[in-house]
Design a binder for this molecule. Sequence first.
Ligand code: ARG
Length: 588
Amino acid sequence: MTGLLEQIGKYAAEAFEAAGYDGSYGRVTVSNRPDLCEFQCNGAMAAKKAYGKAPRDIAMDVLPYFEKSGVVKNVKVEGPGFINFDLSDDFLTGFLAEMAADERLGFEASEEPKTMIIDYGGPNVAKPLHIGHLRSAIIGESIKRIARFAGDKVIGDVHLGDWGLQMGLIIASLSESDGDLPYFDENYTGKYPDEPPFTIGDLETIYPAASARSKEDEEFRNKALEATGQLQEGRRGYRALWNQIMKVSIADLKENYRKLNVEFDLWKGESDAQKYIPDMVDKMVADGYAYEDEGALIIDVKEESDAKEVPPCIIRKSDGASLYATTDLATIVERMKLYDPDKILYVVDKRQEMHFRQVFRAARKTGIVKPETELQFLGFGTMNGKDGKPFKTRAGGVMRLETLIRDIDEAMYKKISENQSVKDENIGDTSEIVGLSALKYGDLSNQASKDYIFDIDKFISFEGNTGPYILYTIVRINSILERYASEGGNVQGCGFKAPSGNGEKELMLSCAGFSGAVTAAYEELAPHKLCAYIYALANDFNHFYHETRILSEEDKEKQAGWVALLELVRRILKVSIDMLGFEAPERM
Ligand code: ARG
C-alpha cells in the first residue's frame, strides 16, 4: 500500500485536474502549523506562474473538488493561497485498517531489492572488544535490519582484524613462556594438538602485556614483527597457532555479540583477503595505476576539486608489507567476486574517513569495483563520558564492553527491583532485556555521525526519550490488551472507529506516519529517525491513555475501536524496536 501523504496527494492531484490545472501541483505535506490544520497543499502558489492567476483564486477553484473527494474535512484556503485541511474520519480509519491488515504495516517494499554488504563490527581478534567497536555493532545491526525490512538482501560481515601485529605479539610471547610446544619447533611435521594451549582469559592477559612490553623492549618488538611476517608467509606452526587463537577468540566474540543481539552472516576477516592481493597488485601495476615512489607502491587518488589534500593510497610499503588499504581493496575484490553486491556499506569510526576515501577512489580508478556498485562510508562519532571526553573506566583505562554491559544490567536490576513489578526470579532476565534497550536506544537515538554522551542514569530512565520508556509503553499496552481478552474481548476482532477526541486522532495520525518514518530511516541510513518516530508515537499513546478510561468504557463499540488502535500501536512499536535490535520483556 502507498504511504499516507502519497495517497492524499493523489486526491489533491485529481482535484487540481478537475479544476483545470496540472495534477503535479497536488503535493501534500504535514502541516507546519498543527494548531491550524493537520495537512496542507501549497500547489496553488507554485501554479501561479504557469497560469498567470492569483494563487488564492486557483486554490478556491480546487477546493470544492478536493472537498468532494471525501478524504478531507475542514478544507480552507488561507493566506495567499495555502490549502489547509484535516483528514476525514472515514479515510483515516480505512487507512489504519489497511495498515493493520498488512504484514509490513503498510510499508511498501522496494520492487527491485538491492544486494547490500554491510561491513560492521570490525573487532580485532585476540584484543578485548572495547567501546570503540560497540557503536559499529549497534548501528550496523540496526541498519541491516531496517534494510531487510525494506526488502533488500543484506549480508552482514564482521570483517575481523585478524592479520595484524597483535597475532605476532601473542606468538612471540608464547614462544617465550611455552617454547616447548610443537608450534615453535620448525622441524615438527606431525599433527598439532586439537586443544588450544590457552583460554580466552589467558589471551586477554597475554595481549595487553605483550603490547605494553613491545613499546619498551625493542628486541621483543622485532621478534613480534618477525613472527607476524612468518605467520603471513605461511610458517606451518604459526598458522596452526593462529588457528587456535582464532578459534578461542571467535567463540568469545560470538558470545559477546549474542548478548548484544547482533548477528553476522559472514565471519570473514582481513586474512581472507590476503590471497587476492598478489594478482590484484600485479594488475594495478600492469594497468599503470600503481607505480613505485621511494620504494613504496602507490596509487594517486587526489582530485582537482579536493578542498583538503587526499594523499596517495599506499598499497605496498618499501619493505614489501601490505597495508590496511591493500587489505580493504582486496576485500572488495573478494566481495565483488563472491556476492556481486549493488552496494557495500562500511560502518566505521569517522576518524577513518580519509582511509575510506582513498580506498574508494583507488577501487573506482582501478576498476576492481564495477561502476554501478555503490561504496559508502557511514562514519560514527565518539562515545564520550559525562566529562565530554572519550569514555573511560573509573580507573582511566579503556572500558571493556563486558564491563559496560554488566554496569547497565546492574543499574537496571536495581531500578526494576525498586519498582517491584517483576517477580523476583525474573528480575535478572528482565534487567538484561531492558538494559540492552537502554544501551542501544541511548546510542541509536543520536545521529550516528555525532559524538554523544554516555549517561547511564539517563539511558535507564523509564521516562523521556529512552529505550526503557518505549518498552514500558509496550508492556503497558500488553497488560491492557490482556485484561481486555481475559474479560472476554477478542482483540483481533476489533475494528477501527472514528476518533472521539483530539488525543485519539493525534495517535491515529501518528500511526499513519509509520511507513514514512521507515522510508526516511532506510534512505538516509538513519536509525535515529526511527527512534524519533517511536518516541513521538509512545508519547501520543501515553497522552491518549491518560485521558481515556479504556477498560471501564460502557460503549463496547467505542471500546473495540480503542482496542484496535492499541493493537496497531503495539505492533508498530514491536516491529520498530526489532529494527533497532532489541526486544520487549513480558513485564517490567
Ligand atoms: N578492525 C578495524 C578497527 O578496529 C575496523 C575494520 C573496519 N572495516 C574495514 N573494512 N576496514 O579499526
